[in-house]
Ligand binder design. Structure first.
Ligand code: HEC
Ligand code: HEC
Length: 369
């Protein structure tokens, strides 16, 4: 199949909000969407950076956002399969990268938070992450620490009791909107007009990706940019067999508990079975059973292991899984909720190698090992 994707080579320079911060989008990415009620300012971004790295916002004083989203690890906690929070407690899910999360239409594998502001409020008060009972300890620190006092005054014009968790969340989200990466060999090949940026194998891999593999139907590539996600939720079959047997009884019980006030964030990260309900835990809709948002594939070669629960160790394993139609082994049963977009691909060894080479060409220069 011939590639029908022709990019335009241009370096978009957009002005972020009204504050005149010109940020050049890296090659292969669109302008970063900035919410009207949280414009970017250099001071706010700096404050968010500091909050993101502050370990005092956890019960042990040892865990910050950066513990699980480290810059040196492409903003993940590779090689952990599921994240480790306070007191070595483990959750149920693999930490996605924060890179380019600013483009997502929802946050978390199941999309349970609508935006970065909403997302950033959860880890502080999740018992297996930062473990606080409520936001009070954070507010006590930012209202009294002299450097924070000055920064909140400058950025939000607020001090003392006027400072709430909302300002903390806004500053963190602003910082995250600067964690943007493109300009990979793939971007230079497709959007930069540099035909030598990818080797022959990666070029063939791109053809498999958009052709026989049908990967592009979910991990999208457009004419001018590539986010590698359709922002939709699909049940691929990853680990769903863990709850397959009594899924309906379990799901109904969960929905009832939710009506009575069960905290979804705590439930999905605290209980492996509930985690596997995927998007259903957010919508209570059977069509969303066991489905997770398509993750980006940018920098995927440096963020193993893979999938929402980190259950696949290598990209080779992932490719094998897709080739088998969403199964670890060819003769494993298919779960009844599996997405229609997942079917056996019967890829040749050459095609598998090429797909791997293609995914390795999605690493941005700053995250090359
Ligand atoms: C103990 C490890 C841990 C800590 C601490 C942590 N995270 Fe995460 N983060 C995760 C995991 C695991 C997920 C996926 C959870 C899920 O989808 O249910 C996640 C998801 C996210 C996402 C969503 C990305 C996407 O693709 O949907 C963002 C953004 C994020 N974290 C930012 C933060 C911020 C900001 C903080 C600090 C306030 C933080 N994280 C603290 C482990 C952690
Ligand atoms: C029907 C939509 C769909 C198709 C088609 C699809 N993917 Fe995915 N992909 C997803 C979803 C959803 C996940 C996360 C699933 C989960 O964790 O349960 C995912 C996960 C991945 C991951 C793991 C990423 C990470 O950070 O954990 C890789 C790698 C990947 N896909 C590559 C591919 C390749 C290569 C193809 C083509 C052979 C492909 N995908 C086809 C939707 C799709």
């Amino acid at each position: 199949m011939k590639l029908k994707l022709f990019g335009v080579s241009l370096l978009a320079v957009t002005t972020l909000a009204t504050f005149g911060i010109a940020q050049a989008e890296p090659l292969g990415l669109p302008p970063v969407p900035i919410p009207a009620d949280n414009p970017q300012t250099p001071e706010k971004i700096k404050l968010g950076d500091k909050l993101f790295h502050d370990e005092r916002f956890s019960t042990t004083g040892e865990v910050s956002c950066a513990t699980c989203h480290e810059r040196e690890k492409a903003f993940t906690d590779t090689p952990l399969s599921v994240s480790v929070g306070i007191n070595n407690l483990t959750g149920t899910r693999n930490a996605p990268t924060v890179i380019n999360s600013a483009y997502l239409h929802s946050q978390f594998w199941d999309g349970r938070e609508p935006d970065l502001e909403g997302q950033s409020g959860q880890p502080f008060i999740n018992p297996v992450e930062m473990g606080l009972e409520n936001y009070q300890p954070i507010l006590d620190i930012v209202r009294t620490d002299p450097e924070y006092q000055q920064q909140f005054k400058t950025v939000f014009g607020k001090s003392g009791e006027e400072i709430s968790i909302e300002e903390v969340k806004k500053a963190i989200a602003s910082f995250e909107r600067t964690i943007i990466s493109g300009d990979s060999p793939f971007d230079r090949y497709l959007y930069g007009g540099d035909k030598s940026a990818m080797d022959e194998s990666a070029i063939r891999g791109l053809e498999v990706f958009v052709g026989q593999g049908r990967c592009v139907s979910c991990h999208t590539i457009s004419q001018t940019h590539a986010l590698f996600t359709d922002n939709r939720f699909h049940n691929l079959g990853v680990s769903f067999d863990l709850i397959d047997k009594d899924v309906k009884a379990m799901a109904d019980e969960f929905s009832r508990a939710k009506k009575k006030g069960l905290n979804v964030d705590i439930a999905v990260l605290g209980n492996k079975n509930i985690s596997e309900l995927g998007r259903f835990a957010v919508t209570d809709n059977y069509q969303d059973m066991g489905s997770f948002r398509t993750p980006t594939l940018r920098n995927v070669a440096v963020t193993s292991p893979y999938m929402h629960d980190g259950s696949q160790d290598s990209l080779d394993e992932v490719i094998e899984f897709y080739s088998n139609g969403g199964r670890i082994n060819e003769d494993d049963p298919i779960n009844p909720f599996q997405s229609g977009g997942i079917r056996p691909l019967n890829l040749s060894d050459q095609q598998k190698d090429d797909l791997l080479a293609f995914m390795q060409a999605l690493t941005s220069p700053e995250y090359q090992e």
